[in-house]
Design a binder for this molecule. Structure first.
Ligand SMILES: [Zn+2]
Ligand SMILES: [Zn+2]
Length: 374
């Protein structure tokens, strides 16, 4: 009588886990692919035999009671022995005979991405838009079944509804089970004999549909709005994917956006810059009074708080920064020229001297500060 406990190197009280672990350890060492010598092959057979008996509760109980299923000369080793555990030892998971089973005809639809152009005013305040999207929707004729109404599907004869073809191959190791997808039913396990005319059995059709979308205030170029479940319906009328709307804000003629601030440039006559004035400016909030302080210099920035872009997250809005562009008069009439000459005399500026200004205070410094948002 064989000593299976000794073959596996475990005690008589070993747990099923101990036995499995011991077998995996020995199979890795003795497997003929690893050790080609005759002795290893023989030991591997004995170890496999021991495992076959000790891993089976009934066989182990019978063996413990004194009966050996492989006892005597007519060893039946290899007959119907499952080699999935050999695969376990090598691949760490169940490989042989582990069926995937038939696949569902239903699966989730794909996500879709569309681009949407909006103008700057719409980005400032948000906008509601109607979109037309080409997408897949559930077939109205078969409601996703894929078969002509009243016909249905039947179980696949080729794979008996399993969706896969299993093959048992004999090798010197014994039997190895392989499985591949059934080509007759493409793995679904069922066959549709009368495909739906509307969708050719896909369960969904192409369609153009329109939907309303709320573009929130504060979006910028590149912002993606996710509309969950508004993407394509999946095969077999499976759950729809998501629709992403990517926003593109078209450039504005006069207003430039930097973050949530808006910048514009306004021409101010030299006299208004010197004397001060209130000018009317067309902003996104309508005509707005802008106070020009006496002595305004070219490049000075007047800030209109809260007239910028709405913050996408949180509350409030950015600012509108008005850059003063002081205009020196040209094409003077003789009367205007005379008045300016009088002014020059009054200010002692008939023979002006050039004063160099520190780089940080001059016009270039101001431009730089305005650009950096100081
Ligand atoms: Zn259909
Ligand atoms: Zn099949």
């Amino acid at each position: 009588m064989n000593d299976y406990y000794k073959d596996l190197g475990v005690g008589r009280d070993a747990s099923p886990e101990d036995i499995k672990r011991a077998y995996h350890r020995m199979a890795r060492k003795l497997h003929p692919d690893v050790n080609a010598d005759a002795e290893s092959e023989d030991r591997f057979k004995r170890v496999s035999q021991a495992y076959d008996v000790l891993s089976d509760t009934d066989k182990r109980r019978a063996y413990d009671a004194g009966s050996d299923p492989y006892g005597g000369a007519n060893s039946s080793f290899g007959q119907g022995f499952s080699f999935s555990d050999v695969m376990d030892a090598f691949f760490g998971q169940s490989a042989g005979g582990a069926g995937r089973g038939p696949q569902s005809r239903q699966s989730r639809g794909q996500d879709a991405l569309i681009r949407l152009d909006i103008d700057l005013a719409q980005a400032v305040f948000g906008v509601e838009r109607e979109l037309t999207v080409d997408t897949a929707v559930a077939c109205g004729t078969c409601h996703g079944e894929g078969s002509q109404p009243g016909t249905g599907s039947r179980s696949c004869d080729v794979c008996a509804g399993r969706g896969e073809i299993r093959q048992v191959q004999r090798s010197f190791l014994g039997q190895v089970m392989t499985s591949r997808q059934c080509s007759a039913c493409r793995g679904f396990g069922t066959v549709i004999s009368d495909p739906c005319f509307e969708c050719s059995g896909e369960g969904r059709v192409r369609n153009r549909r329109s939907l309303k979308i709320r573009v929130p205030a504060g979006v910028d170029t590149g912002t993606r709005i996710q509309l969950a479940g508004s993407g394509e319906v999946g095969p077999g009328a499976g759950p729809a994917g998501d629709l992403y709307v990517e926003v593109n804000v078209t450039p504005h003629e006069t207003f430039q956006r930097r973050g949530d601030d808006l910048h514009c440039s306004v021409e101010i006559p030299m006299t208004a810059a010197a004397l001060g004035a209130t000018i009317k400016l067309g902003t996104f909030d309508g005509m707005t009074d802008v106070e020009i302080k006496p002595g305004t210099q070219p490049g000075d920035v007047i800030t209109l708080r809260g007239n910028g872009v709405t913050h996408l997250r949180g509350t409030g809005r950015g600012d509108l920064l008005v850059h003063a562009s002081v205009q020196t008069p040209t094409k003077l009439t003789s009367a205007q020229e005379e008045a300016l000459r009088q002014l020059a005399i009054l200010r002692g500026e008939e023979r002006p001297e050039g004063h160099l200004t520190p780089a940080s205070q001059g016009l270039f410094g101001k431009l730089r500060d305005a650009f950096l948002g100081k």
